[in-house]
Design a protein around this ligand. Structure first.
Ligand code: SAH
Ligand code: AVI
Length: 325
């Protein structure tokens, strides 16, 4: 059984228009990473996950393939898996397999801003897991978490891939507080986080030799051209990705290669870019266990389990709301 609720309506179009206007009129200019993910952006991200330089997906898959049964036991054998930013749910199969093997698997709830990939993922999963109910939600998880359907029984909310790292500290704090409020007694959060390591490896992961990350980054300009009638020339920008050691995050930008003016008909806006000017399109925060523990504590959550790959590149952590005293 598949039911997908789509909550990307006129409001979503207005939100995008407002966000983009504010971001392009700010100094320095900035665009939100959620706008990467139209169908092409989702496919480009899938290609990134297979790049030799991009280790986080392989590291997370290694943990899930080895330890899903242990993670699920620690999470109290949930029957419902809610996944935020689910994408293709490629690695999620390890969790679903372990739930099925424990005869617990009932419902999977993918939550993603990209409708195409969510529909494809839902269709694939009902074929692969006979009897599985898929109740998907296409929405902005920062705005519509409360639309996640209530389920019977114990739930695990998974947020994989390190996508939490794409939120600023303030956004992350609000988001985790809302997740804490969603978790009922016995429910858990399973969170994927990339860990701090040699900056050279971090920077290589976001500056791949094949140029796929550059294409993914520039895809946000394609999205604006289509959705907001803009005339960005993709060849007039270059991809930039640097590690900001102080903020402990990758800082991903598009740099204008010339003095240029861009027209956005949908916003009735003309925006000037100077040669060399950089516009941030994404941050990707890297964590330590200590830092994550303090992030959890500040949001009313407590760390209950810590699972890393053998190289210690990446961590999955299990958390639950701090029990009332
Ligand atoms: N979980 C997958 C995909 C990670 S890519 C993995 O680990 O490989 C990030 C995913 O989050 C994309 O599928 C994107 O569409 C989704 N996403 C990004 N921002 C979002 C938002 N604000 N609301 C809902 N989904 C979002
Ligand atoms: C989805 N997110 C966790 C990816 C990351 O690593 O921050 C997106 C990405 N951006 C460039 N490469 C991958």
């Amino acid at each position: 059984m598949i039911a997908i609720d789509v909550h990307l309506d006129a409001d979503a179009a207005a939100t995008m228009a407002g966000d983009v206007r504010a971001g392009l009129c700010a100094y320095p200019k900035e665009l939100a990473p959620k706008y990467f993910y139209d169908d092409r952006g989702s496919r480009l991200f899938e290609q990134i996950t297979e790049l030799p330089e991009y280790y986080p997906t392989r590291a997370e898959r290694a943990i899930l393939s080895e330890r899903s049964a242990e993670i699920l036991a620690a999470a109290g054998r949930p029957g419902t898996l809610v996944e935020l930013g689910s994408g293709s749910a490629a690695k999620t199969r390890h969790l679903l397999d372990a739930m099925r093997d424990a005869a617990a698997l009932e419902t999977y709830v993918p939550v993603d801003i990209s409708e195409e990939i969510t529909q494809r993922t839902a269709a694939d999963l009902v074929d692969e897991y006979p009897g599985l109910t898929v109740r998907g939600l296409v929405c902005d998880f920062e705005q519509h978490l409360e639309r996640i359907p209530d389920g019977e029984g114990r739930r695990l909310i998974a947020f994989l891939g390190g996508t939490i790292g794409n939120l600023y500290p303030r956004q992350r704090h609000v988001f985790l507080e809302r997740i804490a409020a969603l978790l009922g007694p016995g429910d858990h959060l399973l969170l994927g986080t990339d860990l701090i390591k040699d900056p050279a490896r971090l920077e290589a992961a976001y500056n791949d030799g094949a140029g796929v990350t550059a294409e993914f980054n520039k895809n946000v300009l394609e999205v604006l051209n289509r959705e907001l009638g803009a005339d960005f020339d993709l060849d007039a920008f270059e991809h930039v990705a640097r590690f900001d050691a102080e903020a402990e995050r990758m800082d991903i930008r598009l740099r204008s290669l010339a003095d240029q003016e861009v027209r956005l008909d949908g916003l009735d806006l003309d925006v000037g870019f100077a040669a060399g000017e950089e516009m941030r399109t994404e941050i990707s925060t890297k964590f330590t266990r200590e830092r994550l523990e303090s992030v959890y504590t500040g949001s009313g959550l407590e760390l209950r389990g810590w699972f890393t790959d053998p190289a210690g590149d990446y961590a999955l952590s299990l958390a639950r709301p701090v029990p009332a005293a």
